[in-house]
Design a protein around this ligand. Structure first.
Ligand code: NDP
Ligand code: 8X3
Length: 259
């Protein structure tokens, strides 16, 4: 029997944009109640209102920077009673900064990627998992990347952060063996979101060139994959899914139309 999402509590990090926002909306469409986490409170408020109105579900917002270990711990520990029983955690908050050789890379960019993509994912998971284990119910879904399967020139630290997510995904499944908790990594190729604008520090023209002449994935494509993994029968663990646009076969092999 498929796992029902109705009235389940789903916590999504990085829910103010792109893949996280679409994922929250897809879970809401299936009747789940959603905890939206991200740093931009104006977006959280607006999106929460939209979800409640459109799907008639409950939404709780948590303004949270996943890099702040103590704040993450206290945000999860002080969730209102009716929001404590998180069934699904989607570790999606993440970013790339810069596309530079190691010899020219900016240390502040490296810190931001490692602190968000690796340490932030760990802090949130550490705070949420004990409750899942105690209740004997839960699913952690990590948003990795094809960048965690293949390195590419100048991807260095972003690649390393996503290789780390893959290692943590594998390790979590091992550490949770013997519990009913499921662990999945969803690893997309090119998805058109704010990702490249963030990578290029706000340079929208450079960002749009990343997707020029090809058809990228949409955030909804990735959200569908995440929801599919979450709705498999409880004895089925989808460990890892790589999802790419038809126009892409590795980080650097992208088919582009010339005009
Ligand atoms: P977006 O930039 O559109 O969204 C990123 C989200 O992460 C935003 O909601 C942002 O919210 C949140 N975020 C960033 N830093 C933090 C932080 N420190 N604390 C809390 N939230 C944070 O990018 P995507 O949707 O594309 O990225 C989502 C995930 O998908 C990332 O892990 C990315 O690495 C991965 N990915 C993306 C691909 C792509 O091609 N786009 C391909 C493969 C994987 P706010 O700024 O409000 O905090
Ligand atoms: C994002 C995809 O190829 O830009 O994780 O690194 S890529």
């Amino acid at each position: 029997m498929m796992t029902s999402l109705k009235n389940k509590i789903v916590l999504v990090t990085g829910a103010t944009s792109g893949i996280g926002k679409s994922t929250a909306a897809k879970f809401a469409e299936h009747g789940a109640n959603i905890v939206l986490c991200a740093r931009r409170s104006d977006r959280l408020k607006q999106f929460s209102d939209e979800l409640k109105k459109k799907f008639g579900i409950n939404v709780h917002t948590v303004q949270l920077d996943v890099r702040q270990a103590q704040k993450v711990e206290s945000a999860i520990a002080t969730l209102p009673q009716e929001w404590k029983n998180i069934s699904i955690l989607v570790n999606n908050a993440g970013l790339s900064r810069g596309l530079d050789t190691i010899q020219e890379g900016k240390i502040s960019d490296w810190d931001e990627m490692i602190d968000t993509n690796v340490k932030g994912l760990l802090y949130v998971t550490r705070a949420v998992l004990p409750g899942m284990i105690e209740r004997r119910e839960g699913h952690v879904i990590n948003v990795g990347s094809i960048a965690g399967h293949w390195s590419y020139p100048k991807g260095n630290v972003y690649n390393a952060s996503k290789f780390a997510v893959r290692a943590l995904n594998e390790g979590m499944k091992m550490d949770l063996l013997g519990t009913p908790i499921r662990v999945t990594s969803v690893d997309p190729g090119l998805v058109e979101t704010e990702f490249s604008i963030v990578r290029f520090h706000g340079d929208k023209e450079r960002a749009s060139n990343v997707y020029k002449g090809m058809t990228p994935l949409t955030p909804d494509d990735v959200a569908d994959t995440i929801v599919w993994a979450a709705t498999r029968p409880p004895h089925v663990n989808i460990s890892e899914i790589v999802v790419m646009p038809v126009d892409q076969s590795s980080p650097t092999l992208v088919h582009r139309k010339s005009n």
